[in-house]
Design a protein around this ligand. Sequence first.
Ligand code: AMP
Ligand code: MG
Length: 419
Amino acid sequence: MTGLKPPPLRNDCFALPAGVDWTPVDTALAMLRDRLAPVTGVGTCPVPQALGRVLAADAVALRSSPPQANSAVDGYGFAGAVPEGAHVLPLHAGRAAAGVPFDGVLPAGRALRVLTGAALPDGVETVILEEDVTSGEGEIAFRGPLKRGANTRKAGEDVSEGAVVLPAGRRLTPADLALLSSVGIAEVVVRKTLRVAILSTGDELVEPGASAGPGQIHDANRPMLCALTTRLGYGVQDMGRVPDDRTALRATLDRAVQEADVILTSGGASAGDEDHVSALLREAGTIQHWRIALKPGRPLALGMWQGKPVFGLPGNPVAALVCALVFARPALAVLAGEGWTEPQGYDLPAAFEKRKKPGRREYLRARVRDGRVEVFPSEGSGRISGLSWAEGLVEIGDAACDIRPGDPVRFIPYGSFGL
Ligand code: AMP
Ligand code: MG
């Protein structure tokens, strides 16, 4: 009998410790937003190769689009408007086609064959759709009314020369490549691709597929974080697994800063004996331990290693993914030269019940079926299968809640996070 008592059991092991401040998610995000800045260099890239690249300067139209007024349909062009009633116009010789302009001026009171995309010749202001015309020997007949300019596109109606078509910070989409091309831009000024070093920590980890002894588990975070990084459009430097050994971890971080702009680690980010990511960052004097009011999430260790930011994600794969999506994703975007972005969520009726106390935000693994948001039956943070079952996250605000089936909840599809 030593008189030593075990600590009392806690009903809610996530209860906020008395007298300790927990940072709300939005405050933590605002801090990241304020403190981070682009770290990548700038170069040029031909537009056809620029998918997924981040603009480093505004893209300015070199030419209006369309460059000249043209026909929106296949049909017949003439001057002015026509009133209500039947009309017959003599057909002029020749035609105007896309890329093959009509060389001349169409006299008033006559019609000319024009095709979609053809520059409007002098004397053509209005086009009647070919389906609305009967054509005879040298003339056409149709019914009005038709406004002046009907079925035509004005020069510059989409974009005028000199306009900013896409702002600096834009990550280029397939549609953007069409827009840039349409206004005569062949080359854009872009950021170099952000390089992200990724490593896992923990003595218990073995490589996926390797034989695992007692107490060992396969490294699940590294394939996930490497794939996430690739999906987000960044370059991956896979730094492998590191045992719970400070010297080995230091050496790996030293290598990582040579090869990458930012480092993502998982595991070892708490304040325990084997939490060497925290310990090393603390030693380097740069750690910020973020006690974020988030489930699943804690702990998150943010620090600098030789001038490069380190995101120490939790080891638990569910928490690692949620923290990566909620915190690392927008942070990496800023480092990569994109602006701050918030994932688009949608308010949809819940297909579940959920009660919680105030003070902490929660993200549940969720998907939408028949217009209602379902959540994974277990909130257990070790349930990796739930990450895979889910098609997004449902965000439950910091306040207390008592959600009943049918109540609106905020669903954020994985796609909104860029996955
Ligand atoms: P830690 O944050 O290092 O204390 O790890 C928390 C939990 O996550 C422990 O159960 C670890 O075994 C587990 N874990 C840590 N890293 C990984 C990983 N890369 N893959 C799968 N599980 C992990
Ligand atoms: Mg560990």
